[in-house]
Design a protein around this ligand. Structure first.
Ligand SMILES: *Cc1c(COP(=O)(O)O)cnc(C)c1O
Length: 462
């Protein structure tokens, strides 16, 4: 029996897919500080113009430059696996497939956009990229990409992760990047925080502020900032996952997929797999598409669709998205990549339209699913990915109860070999669930009360 499907380089997608072109109700624009839609030149100090054009593009298909393909061929196309051992353990009639994004050198889907962003910056004449990283996955992906295209890279890593996760830092350094703990003394934003709270553990919000400041304050004009999720161009770059998966399903003889599943932090690995299938759903196909988040950070399942900033320091434009509020402080769950307060505007608009069925799961249930997956399929997944696996198991069990031979496809967004502390704690019985209390949610939402309203436009078809 065939359990893996590979593609050759010449079967790799020639274009990225842009869902913005097909959403039945158009996206709301990002807003500037004055409440008016932002213009491309307002973003120019932060991003190169070629990426700003992609960010604002309404084109359905965007050509992938040959040189970016050559970068991606170092590990792509990635395999599609059939999880027959998991199916057997569950005794389900469902067929479970997963796209294995853990095979990239840094170990996740993030390099798909990192190499594209690095290449476009290089094309534009940029010499150095700055970014922030929480758990270290994005920082290591960008460090890897900058090494391949020949850019300097500076990563502001949240202090507490910097101290607790020395190996991600070592990966960044091996690829030639500089990784410093945030808050640092190198930016005004960092100095201000350190003066107020000298022993702060740091936060993603502070690290974003430092990375943006470091980019825009470089007087040579040759430094820009890179973001690993949330933005439209990041979703775009990730769609090669779903486009490859479609070809692979066809190769293995599947005519129809019933359920698509991905974990969602900022939304990029989910969008990458799901958006080409969302297009099918828009044109009439019957598919259930499930983004999964932790109950401790319930952006899609409990937060309103609203205009909010992407960062705590309010340096970014206002984005139309599901948001827990930019001051949201997530509980210390191990899936660091799922602790963001917002959700990609493209994913959010698809939720508003009713095209997606978001779900929230407790972390202990997710770790239990990850262990079953490790013992059957063999891969120790990232804590983030465990959310997609737990939802997949639920769907497979539902198919068993209904006696239906459903086809389920999920995204294995990364491996967990750099995140074994979470497994260690789970196995020692030390992990607890943190469903977000309603009063904490309401308190956090106060930070967006006075921002412009975002109308939830939808056709009502789904
Ligand atoms: C960063 C990360 C995520 C969450 O980010 P998205 O943009 O929502 O994909 C999920 N899985 C892994 C392995 C990650 O590194």
């Amino acid at each position: 029996m065939q359990v893996k499907v590979f593609l050759n380089e010449d079967e790799f997608p020639k274009q990225w897919y842009n869902l913005a072109a097909d959403l039945p109700s158009p996206m709301l624009p990002p807003l500037g500080p004055d409440g008016n839609p932002i213009t491309p030149d307002m973003l120019a100090p932060v991003f190169p113009m070629n990426l700003i054009e992609q960010e604002l593009s309404q084109e359905r298909w965007i050509d992938i430059p040959e040189e970016i393909k050559a970068l991606l061929y170092r590990w792509r196309p990635t395999p599609l696996h059939r999880a027959i051992h998991l199916e057997k353990a569950l005794g389900t009639p469902a067929k479970i497939y997963y796209k294995n994004e853990s095979v990239s050198p840094p170990g996740s889907h993030k390099p798909n956009t990192a190499v594209a962003q690095a290449w476009y910056n290089k094309q534009f004449g940029i010499e150095k990229l700055t970014t922030e990283t929480g758990a270290g996955q994005w920082g290591s992906a960008l460090a890897f990409a900058c090494a391949l295209v020949g850019l300097e890279c500076k990563v502001f890593m949240v202090r507490i992760s910097f101290d607790q996760k020395p190996f991600r830092k070592a990966m960044m350094q091996a690829w030639g990047a500089t990784c410093i703990a945030s808050p640092s003394n190198q930016t005004q934003a960092g100095q201000d925080i350190l003066k107020r709270i000298p022993d702060t553990p740091g936060s993603l919000g502070i690290a974003i502020s430092e990375a943006v400041e470091a980019a825009v304050s470089d007087k040579t004009g040759k430094t820009r900032y890179a973001l690993g999720s949330v933005l439209n161009h990041v979703m775009l770059h990730q769609t090669i996952i779903g486009l490859e998966a479609k070809k692979q399903l066809k190769k293995i003889g599947e005519k129809k997929v019933d359920v698509i599943i991905g974990c969602a932090g900022g939304g990029s690995n989910f969008a990458g797999l799901a958006f080409p299938f969302v297009a099918d759903k828009i044109s009439g196909k019957d598919i259930t598409i499930i983004p999964v988040e932790p109950t401790s950070c319930p952006t899609m399942t409990r937060a309103p669709f609203a205009y909010d900033h992407g960062d705590t320091a309010k340096m970014t434009p206002l984005l139309p998205m599901h948001s827990l509020g930019h001051n949201f402080i997530p509980p210390p769950i191990h899936a660091g990549g799922l602790r963001y307060h917002g959700m990609a505007p493209l994913v959010s608009q698809a939720i508003v339209e009713g095209l997606l069925t978001p779900q929230a799961l407790h972390q202990t249930e997710c770790y239990a699913a990850a262990l079953l997956f490790a013992k059957t399929e063999g891969i120790i997944c990232a804590p983030e990915t465990s959310h997609a696996i737990a939802a997949t198991i639920q769907e497979a069990q539902k198919a068993k109860e209904e006696g239906k031979k459903k086809v389920i496809l999920f995204n294995l967004s990364g491996h967990g070999l750099m995140d074994l502390t979470g497994y260690d704690n789970y196995l020692a019985g030390k992990l607890i669930d943190y469903p977000l209390p309603e009063e904490d949610l309401q308190k956090s939402l106060e930070s967006i009360k006075d921002l412009p309203q975002a109308p939830a436009n939808k056709t009502g078809k789904w």
